[in-house]
Write a protein that binds this ligand. Structure first.
Ligand code: AMP
Length: 280
């Protein structure tokens, strides 16, 4: 597995592969890798000939009140996991390589980025869309894998690529979960043992609300029941909402013929848990 930390090195390596006709699959990450990330590597591998995984803790997607310095980092462990997963190139740009001094350009995606995580974390999706656009342009990726775990992010990135005519195919990858339903996340390590026991309630509440809505129950009632269950279980819901899957437009009732998602965020101790499910 090659390792590159600056753009000229990355371009030279990718140029050699591309000259041989290889299609490039990209897996953008912030490191602290778990099996969810590795399933993105597998998806990229299935869609391309060479897999590039980036590890970059992107400062521009953290708000002023979010602790960038607390973000877990384990470069040696991550590289070993990527190597074992069959990744071909690890792209580990420095902050200076990613954001040269004097930088004045950003990617702003309106609409789909505005509610939910966008409302809770002002500027977050501007940072995400900007860094993902840069990663697409740096690598010239033919395909890029993103987790459905971060549903809104997936829609924001898809919208940005489409609007900017970036010829990258966005590959959505189903959420990888623990046996009890908790979505894998690098933040789960900050849960105390007691919190860890309560955490699967988020996924369980989402599934219950989705099943109720699919069975024709009133959506507002199903969502309110879900929020109550979260509170009773010691989780503080930020939102639990039915949305149009692609646009993130909130729906107050099921819309037949439209792909729908229930998205949720809830706080448990110091951790903000995110999850979502499809409405079947
Ligand atoms: P992160 O490093 O947390 O920014 O995530 C990098 C990528 O991994 C994003 O596309 C995430 O949606 C994806 N991801 C994170 N957790 C999971 C999971 N449990 N299952 C599938 N993909 C995930």
């Amino acid at each position: 597995m090659l390792i590159h930390r600056d753009i000229p090195g990355l371009r030279a390596a990718l140029g050699a592969w591309r000259a041989r006709g290889a299609r490039i699959g990209l897996v953008p990450t912030m490191g602290a890798l778990h099996d969810g990330h590795l399933s993105l590597v597998a998806a990229a591998r299935a869609a391309a000939d060479v897999v590039v995984a980036s590890i970059f803790v992107n400062p521009t997607q953290f708000g002023p009140n979010e602790d960038l310095s607390r973000y877990p980092r384990d470069e040696a462990g991550d590289l070993a996991k990527l190597r074992a997963a069959g990744c071909d190139l690890a792209w580990l740009p420095t902050v200076e390589a990613m954001y040269p001094p004097g930088g004045a350009t950003a990617v702003e995606v309106r609409g789909v980025s505005e509610g939910f995580e966008g409302a809770a974390r002002p500027g977050h999706f501007r940072g995400v869309a900007t860094v993902c656009t840069k990663l697409f342009l740096q690598t010239g990726a033919d395909a890029a894998a993103f987790g459905e775990k971060d549903w809104q992010q997936l829609q924001v990135v898809r919208r940005a690529a489409r609007d900017l005519d970036i010829p990258v195919r966005i590959l959505p990858v189903p959420t990888v979960r623990e046996a009890d339903g908790l979505a894998l996340s690098s933040r789960n390590r900050f849960l105390s043992p007691g919190e860890r026991e309560r955490a699967p309630l988020l996924h369980a509440s989402l599934l219950r609300a989705a099943a109720a809505i699919a069975a024709g129950r009133d959506a507002a009632e199903a969502l309110a029941t879900g929020e109550d269950a979260l509170r009773r279980g010691g989780l503080m819901p930020d939102y639990l909402a039915l949305v149009e899957a692609e646009t993130m437009r909130p729906l107050d009732r099921a819309a037949p013929g439209t792909a729908m998602r229930i998205v949720a965020a809830a706080r448990l101790g110091t951790v903000r848990l995110l999850d979502n499910v499809a409405v079947p």
